[in-house]
Design a protein around this ligand. Sequence first.
Ligand SMILES: Cc1ncc(COP(=O)(O)O)c(C=O)c1O
Length: 411
Amino acid sequence: MNKASPVHADMHQFEVKDTQLQIGGYSLDQLASMLDKQVFYAYDQTVVKAQIDIFHRHIPASIKLHYAIKANPYMPLINAMRPWVEGFDVASQKEMLMAIQSGMPNRDISFAGPAKQLPEIRAAIVAGITLHIESELEFERAVKLGQELDIKPIIAFRVNPAFELKASGMKMGGGPKQFGIDEERLFEILPTLDYSQFEFRGFHIFWGSQNLKQEAIIDAHNNTFALAQKLIDITPTPTVTVNLGGGMGIPYFPGEKRLDLAPIGENLKQLLKQYPQLAKLELIFELGRFLVAEAGIYASRITDIKVSRGHTYLMTNGGLHHHLSNSGNFGQVIRKNYPVAIGNKMGLAPEEAKVSAVGPLCTPLDTLADKMQLPKAELGDWLVIFQSGAYGPTASPQDFLGHPHVSEILV
Ligand SMILES: Cc1ncc(COP(=O)(O)O)c(C=O)c1O
């Protein structure tokens, strides 16, 4: 018996009217007219809100939700999310300013990222946001700058845990890493620090990203709580906050399914009972793509169609320079197709013959869709890439070959 080939998760988050994909109630033609642009990203804020609601439905209410701005730093989106989350995680001075300008209280902004430069540390201290310290030298620099500025830096230590995520996805803890301070080293230094020189906030235990395995996430949470308890036990001053990381993924590729947060939430409830001391602290999850990726599409126009030795290429005005991650060059080992559709021919039957969609760059890497079954495409149709609300324009080499930058809209 033939095994059915794996399919993409159903992209049910957007409405379809007749055959037209709707983003926030607008067809792609309408969005193009509003923007006066023929290639763009569109983000639907109701889908972001729905993801946040899924989080709250399952995760114990006492655990706060922070948004990691790096996933999508489009300012209108940050402003929209500001009342829906309890804090922002930033990775640079620019992101810090965006977070502050959204009106998020500075106390609820944290700054993580290796190789922080002195001006960034200074800016964070002056703004009174929490620095997630990534190395011992960074800690010394923060304390010294605090003395010079006569402001106590607010400090949480990012921990490079000894445990490693038991699954694929991006591992950001365990073994040697550029992120955080190794947990065994923290056990040595935490009892020896002069806590009068800074405001001690707590710990940041970030172990990975884009994980779709409930059991692996549950395992990481069990390890994170156990480690956090050990850390607070040996720290001679009270811990205020433990940032438990994030890591929850979304389905991009054939065969991947949406994460079921129910068992993860149940396990967290047990952990809060098992560790009553931790349950009293401010606990935080820090999520990027889980909140925003499903809410975004990337739309480009098919401007040429050619057949090369029997294979059809849909040529578009968009490409890798706008959407590096879809090209498979942003952390993937093997390129796989994102979910793709002809946005003005939704629900029409796909043709039997597989086609590819490509952009204008002179490299075979500039592939938007590789040998996919799509409805018959014509010039002027919209090629749509779903799951594009995270790591889009700002994670792409927009100046490569000098083509125009992409536009964005939040609806
Ligand atoms: C410290 C930190 N927080 C949050 C994130 C966001 O991860 P994701 O978008 O997968 O949720 C990352 C991703 O690299 C990170 O390094």
